[in-house]
Design a protein around this ligand. Structure first.
Ligand code: NDP
Length: 454
């Protein structure tokens, strides 16, 4: 049977675009791609990219304060959100254009509309047309979820935050994950009176406990009103603000409320049920390690599969899919060791096991240091950086590295190379220190801070 395309991709985000480009330009497949919103997906349009630019913007008041401490006569004025927003919009337009141009250069046919599945090889476009493809890749990503009780109450999610008309004077952020913690730091840095509610005992559940405690301490020291063991109990609009009563009995009004209470895979209405494709409880598409679903012609990559919801992971999954199906070289992305960064202030870079997971798996030595970095010590700031290595006692292999410090994201990328190669503690120790830096701590920690003998 002749198909219109060899591959049809639904979703123009990181994973879908990479798969489409590789299949077309490197493996000669005839590829179509449909995107219902803007090319680039969550990462480019309403995630990593605009978030990181806001992180940069929020760092300037601290930088100017440091400049004064270093002898500069400097002062910072007001932050002009509309000026920043206009610049941000322009940058996102530029990036979206690059994504589109890359697809067109690769020979991919782009459809600017919603597409759904009409069969194992059939795709229905929003204008009613139907096209066929030998293979279909679902790369529709995810979307933020707000608990039912607070839907329709004018609260923001990370989708709306980049579209704000004005910067609020005060904000409540609900949640304790990546997004809530990053935005708490961003708004606080921009001078907004920031409160964060997290229902659990410590933010960033699932990450290394010492690192979580360190970050939370620094966030509070930086002025964030972090309320742990706290959730929203009542909420209503009052005099142009949102009045919130917490589960701990406190109440106050905020100019804005941002819910960062998790994300869910974008599978609603995609036509998967009619294909007999069962979904996980949260709507994610089950796939094997080659990203293939139970319907052999249908594959899925990225957040819609809810494996590790990160841009570089979606890109690797999409690339491996294209090489496997169209390049004749079956390969898959190994989700075992993922270096990642959380752009809180201070940043958190992490790769490998947490101390808790490592000690549960066997005997480990922990090398950990918390210290006042030279740059901020001289400026009179009291913040501390944290570096930690978790080392297997049997093999001497470094099982995990955790860095809480300015530019931790940059540092963990390189620690990730060493740890991916299976570096031992002796190899870290043999590496000459780069002095004076914060990262030199990683190669100069000689004595274990503690040992877990199992
Ligand atoms: P997370 O799942 O990481 O965090 C959700 C948070 O909301 C948790 O603290 C959770 O609490 C809390 N929560 C969930 N439901 C409720 C509820 N009903 N009431 C109150 N609190 C609730 O989601 P995020 O939205 O922060 O991030 C989604 C994903 O996006 C991340 O997992 C990550 O993969 C990706 N991401 C990556 C970034 C990066 O690489 N720097 C940046 C931003 C996002 P509890 O812990 O108790 O469940």
């Amino acid at each position: 049977m002749a198909f219109d395309y060899d591959l049809f991709v639904i979703g123009g985000g990181s994973g879908g675009v990479r798969a489409a480009r590789i299949a077309s330009s490197e493996h000669g497949a005839r590829v179509g791609l449909a995107e219902e919103y803007r090319m680039g997906g969550t990462c480019v349009i309403r995630g990593c990219v605009p978030k990181k630019l806001m992180v940069f913007a929020s760092g300037f008041p601290g930088a100017v304060a440091d400049a004064c401490a270093y002898g500069w006569d400097a002062q910072i004025g007001e932050f002009d959100w509309s000026r920043f927003r206009a610049k941000l919009d322009g940058e996102l337009d530029r990036l979206e254009g690059l994504y589109r141009a890359g697809l067109e250069r690769a020979g991919v046919t782009v459809f600017d509309c919603r597409a759904t599945l009409a069969g194992a090889h059939e795709i229905r476009l929003a204008d009613g047309r139907e096209v066929s493809a030998k293979h279909i890749l679902i790369a529709t990503g995810g979307k933020p979820v707000v608990p039912e009780a607070w839907q329709g109450q004018g609260v923001m999610t990370s989708n709306e935050v980049f579209l704000m008309e004005a910067l609020p004077k005060s904000i409540l952020i609900v949640g304790g994950g990546y997004i809530a913690s990053e935005f708490a730091c961003i708004f606080n840095g921009l001078g907004v009176d920031t409160t964060q509610f997290y229902r659990g005992a410590q933010i960033l559940r699932g990450f290394d406990e010492e690192a979580r405690g360190h970050i939370a301490h620094e966030m509070v020291a930086n002025g964030i009103n972090l309320c742990l063991g706290t959730d929203v109990k009542e909420m209503e609009g009052r005099n142009g603000q949102t009045w919130v009563k917490s589960t701990t009995g406190h109440d106050r009004s905020y100019d804005a409320v941002l819910f960062a209470t998790g994300r869910k895979p974008n599978t609603d209405g995609l036509g998967l049920g009619a294909l007999g494709l069962g979904l996980k409880a949260n709507g994610a598409i089950p796939v094997d390690r080659y990203s293939q679903t139970a319907v052999p012609s249908v594959y899925a990559v990225g957040d819609v599969t809810d494996r590790a919801n990160l841009t570089p992971v979606a890109i690797r999954e999409g690339h491996a899919f294209a090489d496997t199906v169209f390049g004749g070289t079956p390969r898959f992305f190994d989700h075992g060791l993922i270096p990642t960064a959380i752009f809180t202030q201070p940043e958190y870079g992490t790769v490998g096991m947490t101390e808790e997971d490592a000690r549960a798996a066997g005997p480990v030595d922990v090398y950990s240091a918390a210290f006042r970095p030279m740059h901020s010590l001289f400026a009179g700031r009291d913040n501390r950086a944290m570096m930690k290595l978790i080392v297997c006692r049997k093999s001497d292999k470094v099982l995990g590295c955790h860095i809480v410090a300015e530019h931790a994201g940059e540092m963990i990328q390189l620690a990730g190379v060493a740890i991916s190669m299976g570096a031992t503690k002796a190899e870290f120790d043999r590496t000459l220190a780069v002095h004076p830096t914060m990262a030199e701590e990683l190669v100069t920690m000689r004595t274990a801070t503690r040992s877990h003998t199992g």
